[in-house]
Design a protein around this ligand. Structure first.
Ligand code: GTP
Ligand code: MG
Length: 575
């Protein structure tokens, strides 16, 4: 009984949260003002997605015809063009109307294509058919016989699906004036752009709208790197589907008493997990069979958090859909707040993630290597434990919580922490530059005792390791769990070697970068030397190499010996 009551109470809390989101039209305003808090950011983007449609066109040139045709449904306030590569380029234009009502009118006007088979589905993904009997860009008549011309040059031709061409990025980094600037440029050119975020919220809305007829309370919330400010172009979309929000169709005004007419529902199965798995299986089939754009659906239902993975071909996007990972959702909020606290946090993390990817420490598929999320936790902890911290501990955020910050997931995980950064009142006195911080990060983990110590972001300090995992990062929201439990001894050892290499390389790069640009010997300098392919990376002993170096795992013994034969014995090399 107690359990049931607690569950009901938690559902109420989540509902309160959702109601707040959906009545926050003001969030759009906060979004355009800049510096929105997480709730405002999410709600603002959700409202923006409700005002948008995506139309496949034959080419970018169709824009004025499309603009003219679609203006009959309302006022178009923004347009973005992007391509998805198949055998040919497929072109799409994302149109944003001034209201959700206008976008809905455009979607509702959609006809079914008689020539093709398939069950028609209402969705914001449409294609623009050539005007009857016409080939080429003739304008279709509209109701008012008025022709709407798009304001000149308002089609934004940013590609939300592709990363900046590798060569172009490298040449930007080569031409930078300092390592500091390289870190900033890398962040600016690889972070998820505005169109990328819009596309991800549209993918979420598509799922939600598709099932809203039968499940009026369904809400699909993006979380993870798509929304926490640490996402790069091309990152996957993590989506959580919930059914315990306020009913979607009808908004209850604040003074109105709750309805006395309650929907009949099917009784829950006793085992929550197997019920979630059954439901997900069913949603997986539905997405696979009916939702336009959704393909390559895979069900991974035995994982700790069961997920459905799919590819969205109109958005060129990988999606991970879960139904039971609310703590992951709130974790994204924590990371978002960390990114907002200090402008150095995100650029620094981007460089470290890029370095880890370049030397093969991270990998897009999960395994016994460190995940991007764990790596991000390492960066956050490093910034907390500095003599002059750049980030507060999570404990400090929890202390600043007010009643409105209380969040408890249905399985009882307490995700309460202060959301108001002004109230948290953290001010860093640390004035280190990004290049200094990057070097300090590598130095710090070169010396970190992974063997005996665990990392706690809650307390901002090291603890004794409670078990024999190779790497232990206390899960900030479920403190009995280890975020990096998957990391094997070999991978942890490899991380130790790579941070030492990076510290050694960066140290000489920092010295070099003080030379005027014209005197630099190498085209590839600074940050770029950290991103060289692992085969090119050199293992060099330096002041960070401790006697434990002899523990290098079997996996690397061979490589190590090979390299030693080319660079000489350990005692003769180094800084
Ligand atoms: P990329 O997908 O690699 O770009 O990064 P990501 O941050 O999206 O990581 P991932 O897709 O693996 O996880 C999505 C989100 O789930 C993360 O941002 C976290 O908010 C959350 N998450 C992942 N792993 C854990 C975990 O072990 N504990 C908690 N509390 N949250 C997690
Ligand atoms: Mg992700």
């Amino acid at each position: 009984m107690n359990n049931l009551m607690r569950r009901a109470q938690n559902v109420q809390l989540w509902r309160k949260y959702c109601v707040k989101q959906y009545t926050t039209e003001a969030a759009s305003a906060a979004l355009s003002r800049g510096k929105p808090n997480y709730d405002e950011f999410i709600a603002g983007r959700q409202v923006q997605a409700q005002r948008s449609i995506v139309v496949q066109v034959s080419s970018e040139k169709s824009y004025s015809e499309l603009y003219n045709y679609c203006s009959r449904f309302g006022s178009i306030v923004g347009a973005h063009h992007y391509c998805v590569r198949h055998d040919d380029d497929l072109h799409y234009i994302l149109l944003e109307y001034s209201t959700a009502h206008e976008a809905a009118a455009a979607i509702d006007s959609g006809a079914t294509n008689g020539d093709l088979s398939g069950v028609p589905v209402r969705s914001p993904f449409l294609w623009f058919k050539a005007a009857p009997g016409k080939r080429g860009p003739k304008l279709a008549p509209n109701n008012n016989n008025n022709i709407h011309h798009p304001p000149t040059s308002d089609l934004q031709s940013v590609d939300g699906t592709r990363q900046l061409d590798q060569e172009a990025l490298l040449s930007q980094l080569r031409g930078a004036e300092s390592i500091e600037q390289q870190v900033q440029l890398l962040h600016r050119h690889t972070q998820l752009n505005d169109l990328g975020v819009r596309m991800r919220f549209l993918a979420a809305l598509q799922v939600q709208q598709a099932i809203s007829g039968m499940f009026p309370a369904a809400q699909a919330h993006p979380f993870g790197s798509s929304v926490n400010g640490f996402g790069k172009m091309g990152c996957d979309l993590d989506l959580i589907l919930r059914f315990d929000g306020e009913t979607g169709g009808r908004k209850q005004s604040s003074g109105e008493p709750p309805s006395r007419l309650i929907y009949h529902t099917k009784e829950n199965l006793s085992n929550g997990r197997s019920q979630t798995q059954r439901h997900m299986e069913c949603f997986g089939d539905m997405l696979h069979l009916f939702l336009p754009g959704v393909c390559h659906v895979r069900r991974i239902l035995q994982a700790r958090v069961p997920i459905i993975k799919y590819h969205h071909e109109h958005l060129n996007l990988e999606v991970d859909l879960s139904m039971s990972n609310l703590s992951g959702f709130y974790m994204s909020e924590l990371l978002y707040m960390f990114g907002e606290i200090d402008p150095r946090v995100r650029p620094l993390t981007f460089s470290i993630r890029r370095w880890a990817q370049a030397c093969g420490l991270t990998n897009p598929s999960p395994g016994r290597w460190i995940s991007n999320f764990s790596l991000t936790c390492l960066v956050m902890y490093f910034l907390q434990q500095l003599r002059q911290p750049i980030l507060p501990t999570i404990g400090a955020l929890v202390k600043a919580a007010e009643a409105k910050d209380v969040r408890v997931t249905e399985d009882g995980i307490n995700c309460t922490f202060g959301r108001d950064l002004e109230r948290v009142g953290f001010q860093s006195r640390n004035t280190s530059s990004l290049s200094e911080l990057l070097l300090q990060f590598f130095e710090f983990y070169s010396q970190f005792d992974f063997h005996n110590r665990a990392i706690s972001l809650n307390e901002g300090r090291q603890l004794s390791k409670p078990d024999h995992s190779a790497m232990y990062i206390v899960n900030p929201l479920e403190q009995l769990l280890n975020v990096s439990k998957n990391v094997s001894l070999e991978e942890c050892e490899r991380l130790r070697i790579e941070v030492r290499n990076a510290a050694w390389i960066l140290e000489s790069e920092v010295e070099n970068s003080s030379l005027p640009q014209s005197e630099r010997q190498e085209e590839t300098w600074g940050l770029l030397n950290l991103f060289k392919h692992p085969e090119k990376a050199i293992i060099r002993p330096n002041m960070f190499f401790k006697p434990r170096m002899v523990e290098v795992s079997d996996l690397f013994e061979e490589k190590h010996q090979q390299l030693q034969s080319t660079i000489g014995p350990a005692s003769t090399g180094g800084a």
